[in-house]
Design a binder for this molecule. Structure first.
Ligand SMILES: [Fe+2]
Ligand SMILES: [Fe+2]
Length: 553
């Protein structure tokens, strides 16, 4: 809606109207104090009487308008009418150079003669004679010199008063702006600190709302996070598929009515902060009468829109302005950048999961008979690592390593890989190459750095008799020692074309005897502690690989 108010104003001081009113009231106060009479206020630009002075009689000041204008130009009090015994004194308000207003007061310039006829003087000034007589009877006479002198003093005091008033207003405006700026900076600081800690936009959004709730004079602050992926997109399971509304205070909006307001205001990702007060929300076309004042900013990074941040309903039913708009805009910008980064990270993770998925299916396609081997090795490795007290990050890495440990089999001859029965020495040597081939396949993928040692060394032996490098003991990477046990266990327990899977007791014996020879004794120890769990894992149907990958990234 084009009629709403686009707010791009700088911070501002007191309004002109406000300062102008101060000049009128200061003048009334000072003239009453010095002369015991309130002056009338005239606008010499328009010829309008702005305020009628208390106990001032009616007279035709309009004939003296030109003289009053001269008073505003010269900036000092002067007589604008002298018809003995009546005089009119004009005092410029002068709160700024081009102020067209003067204060005018009528005085008796000498004591009245007994039975003096005021008719000629009253007629010259356009006064009703009877009214002039009644008025004059109540007046103390002033000598023109004293009047002029007193007026000069009042004028000087008025100028001082206005100067002080102006300075004080400038100073409080500056203080308000400074404190606004300080609050803004401290919020930005707090939010940027939280950026590092927050894993998702909801968490950071709540931090921002908590802060805004205390700073913005609004009954409600609300953050609407829009979906980042389609609800029916099965490939991207980690993105939000439904709008999420976070609020502080008593929020009259739900996500639908919030979006209706955005639509009504015609906002987009590129929009500046938008302020709508009663001038806009009071119109018949405004969709939600519960919303009387609102500041809305988009959460966006470039053309990508991630949601909307709003302050709704001024706490004292006043108006939102540039200060609130600026604050909300700063917070919206930070949240937008954060959401943009999260989105980028999410896309990268999806791409990574896609690569792993493709590689894992390639291994499976190569050797149908051992289908599920990689998945089971991954799960058993995770169980062993958990038994060994490894942290979550390590568990993620070891899962991925288990999944991809045999990726090099992609480069091994199908005939050899699927051969039933015993392999010749030459065939065995060929199969052994899968560790170096796998290493080569993954070495250029940046995120696979921690997986590489497992791919290369999962066939090393504790006594140094393994391949490809004959590493021994703790020279073998820890992760590779774990996967080696999981790999051997799954191989022994699985059926092969040339034999059935071994019984549990036999596997136990082989593993126990192989500790310190083929396998790390510490890992074997962990195996026996977790043996029941591990047997359960391998006997279960193969789990959905996608589900596992979703946890990983
Ligand atoms: Fe292997
Ligand atoms: Fe294997």
């Amino acid at each position: 809606m084009p009629s709403s108010q686009e707010t791009v104003l700088p911070f501002q001081g007191p309004s002109t109207d406000e300062a102008s009113l101060v000049a009128v009231s200061a003048c009334a106060e000072l003239t009453a104090e010095a002369f015991g009479a309130g002056f009338s206020i005239l606008d010499t630009a328009t010829g309008d009487m702005l305020q009628s002075g208390e106990s001032q009689p009616k007279w035709n000041w309009y004939d003296r308008l030109e003289m009053c204008r001269a008073v505003t130009r010269r900036g000092r009090p002067e007589f604008v009418a002298e018809e003995s015994p009546l005089v009119a004194l004009a005092l410029p308000l002068s709160w700024r150079d081009d102020d067209p207003r003067v204060a005018v007061g009528l005085f008796l310039s000498r004591p009245l003669e007994p039975n003096e006829d005021l008719g000629p003087a009253a007629r010259t000034l356009g006064m009703d004679t009877d009214e002039a007589v009644r008025w004059a009877a109540d007046q103390q006479p002033w000598s023109p010199d004293v009047l002029q002198h007193t007026a000069d003093l009042v004028s000087a005091r008025l100028a001082d008063r206005l100067k002080i008033e102006k300075l004080s207003r400038e100073s409080s405006s500056l203080t308000a702006n400074l404190s606004g700026t300080y609050e803004e900076i401290s919020l930005l600081h707090e939010l940027t600190q939280n950026l590092k800690l927050s894993e998702n936009d909801e968490e950071l959004g709540n931090v921002a709302l908590e802060w805004l709730e205390n700073v913005v004079p609004a009954k409600t602050v609300a953050l609407l996070l829009t979906p980042v992926v389609e609800a029916n997109d099965t490939q991207t399971q980690r993105g939000r598929t439904e709008p999420l509304l976070l609020t502080r205070g008593d929020c009259p909006l739900d996500d639908e009515s919030f979006l209706a307001l955005i639509k009504q205001l015609g906002l987009s990702a590129q929009s500046s902060p938008r302020v709508a007060n009663l001038g806009v929300t009071g119109r018949p076309e405004w969709p939600d009468p519960r919303v009387r004042q609102i500041v809305v900013v988009p959460l966006a990074e470039g053309d990508n829109l991630f949601g909307w941040l709003a302050a709704v309903n001024h706490i004292s039913d006043g108006e939102f302005g540039t200060v609130e708009a600026s604050l909300m805009s700063s917070v919206g910008t930070i949240l937008g950048i954060h959401s943009g980064n999260l989105e980028l990270y999410r896309k990268q993770s999806e791409m990574f999961a896609g690569v792993v998925r493709a590689l894992a299916s390639a291994i499976d396609a190569k050797d149908q008979y051992t289908r599920g081997h990689s998945d089971r090795v991954a799960q058993v490795s995770v169980r062993l690592a958990r038994e060994l007290g490894c942290d979550e990050q390590f568990l993620t890495m070891i899962y991925l390593s288990g999944l991809l440990h045999d990726v090099g089999k992609i480069g091994i001859d199908d005939q050899v890989l699927r051969k039933p029965g015993k392999l010749t020495d030459e065939e065995y040597e060929h199969i052994k190459r899968h560790v170096t081939v796998g290493h080569r396949i993954l070495m250029d993928l940046r995120k696979m750095g921690e997986v590489l040692p497992v791919v290369l060394h999962h066939h090393e032996s504790w006594d140094g008799s393994g391949y490809p490098e004959g590493l021994a003991g703790e020279k073998i990477p820890f992760s590779a020692r774990i996967v080696a046990v999981a790999d051997s266990f799954d191989a022994m327990s699985s059926d092969r074309p040339y034999r059935k899977g071994m019984p549990d007791e036999k596997i136990d014996t082989i593993l126990r005897e192989g500790a310190c020879r083929q396998w790390d004794p510490v890992v074997i120890d962990a195996f026996f502690h977790a043996r029941d769990d591990i047997r359960l894992i391998v006997s279960r149907e193969r789990h959905d690989l996608d589900g596992q990958l979703e946890r990983l990234t």
